[in-house]
Write a protein that binds this ligand. Structure first.
Ligand SMILES: [Zn+2]
Ligand SMILES: [Zn+2]
Length: 338
């Protein structure tokens, strides 16, 4: 058991969006990032056969009526149970980061135990951060919650946020069976994953080296993949009004064709994300990365590949990495700085 702090040194490959954390001063900067780390930790735990509540869902969050909590709340805290870790973002000189994290900036995820933390918990945290760095993204806009700027999603400068690289990490070993049995221990709360069961590493996929984007006002291979109308044109006048411009015809912010689905089938609805729901495909241009989720009963990996081949006809089968394979490769290569 480690009782001193642990650090993951990182470099921001893109700026990191910390969402509304800035509004209330620098003290809150880490909370959006910690929320994002927690979200990926939940994905990992569900993918290893464990239970993880969704703390943003009042019906599912811990503790349950018997006072039990899930393995994620055990580390990150919930009502009636304080978190076991203190979380700080430091700059390269060990000072707390006071402002937005910009491209190429070095920073440190700094975790200090407030109470004893088990080896398995450190390992899960390490795997979570590696998952974010090598296959996911971090930050307010990428915690897969509804965007508050829907009409700006097409703006290129709003797209690439939250890609990081780990430059050094603690020497933490991982043993898969030990981790699986830890997350499945009987005393953890058994959560009905219901609407968020899809948010599991079992359903995750990532392709590094390719991205989806809009080609012109009529074509967007991102929209094609998630089943939205590809046109960015205004539904009132047929023109294109980039934010913050309003439609000259009705003097309002434009409603675009791209807000509509090509057809309202459950797969398109789920991938594109209905109101108050996240989309399930994310794509980054610099560097190129596209990741997302499938959902049993709605869309399988093979069907997802078929959709992606609509954008990338030459996509090879092994370019798409599935979460379960990613986990295995991490565990094989565990132990110290890569
Ligand atoms: Zn919980
Ligand atoms: Zn218009």
């Amino acid at each position: 058991m480690r009782d001193s702090h642990c650090e993951w040194r990182c470099k921001a490959i893109t700026p990191i969006w910390t969402g509304d954390a800035y509004r209330k001063g620098d003290r809150l900067i880490p909370s959006g990032l910690l929320g994002s780390v927690r979200w990926w930790f939940e994905v990992l735990v569900r993918g290893m056969g464990g239970s993880a509540c969704d703390p943003t869902d009042s019906d599912s969050r811990c503790p349950d009526k018997h006072g039990n909590r899930c393995v994620v709340c055990e580390l990150f805290g919930c009502t009636g149970w304080a978190r076991k870790l203190q979380f700080k973002i430091m700059d390269g000189n060990g000072q707390p980061v006071q402002a937005a994290i910009v491209k190429d900036q070095e920073f440190i995820f700094h975790f200090t135990p407030l109470r004893p933390i088990r080896d398995e918990e450190w390992t899960l945290l390490d795997l979570t951060l590696r998952l974010i760095a090598d296959y996911g993204a971090i930050g307010g806009r990428t915690v897969l919650k509804p965007s508050d700027e829907k009409h700006r999603e097409d703006m290129p400068q709003h797209r690439d946020y939250g890609l990081i690289e780990i430059t050094s990490r603690p020497d933490i070993k991982a043993e898969e069976e030990q981790l699986r049995s830890y997350v499945k221990q009987d005393h953890w709360r058994n959560v009905d994953h219901g609407d968020f069961a899809w948010a599991s590493l079992d359903n995750f996929w990532c392709i590094n080296g390719r991205h989806l984007a809009r080609q012109n006002k009529d074509d967007s291979d991102f929209n094609r993949v998630v089943g939205r109308d590809e046109r960015k044109t205004c539904k009132s006048c047929g023109g294109v009004h980039d934010p913050p411009n309003k439609c000259p015809k009705n003097k309002r912010y434009p409603h675009r064709h791209s807000e509509d689905l090509i057809s309202k089938n459950p797969t398109n609805q789920w991938l594109a994300g209905r109101q108050q729901e996240s989309k399930k495909v994310f794509s980054f241009k610099h560097p190129q990365r596209t990741f997302g989720f499938v959902k049993p009963g709605v869309i399988k990996f093979d069907e997802m590949k078929k959709r992606l081949r609509g954008a990338w006809p030459h996509l090879k089968d092994d370019e798409l990495r599935q979460g379960s394979d990613i986990l295995k490769s991490f565990i094989r290569s565990s132990g110290g700085t890569p």
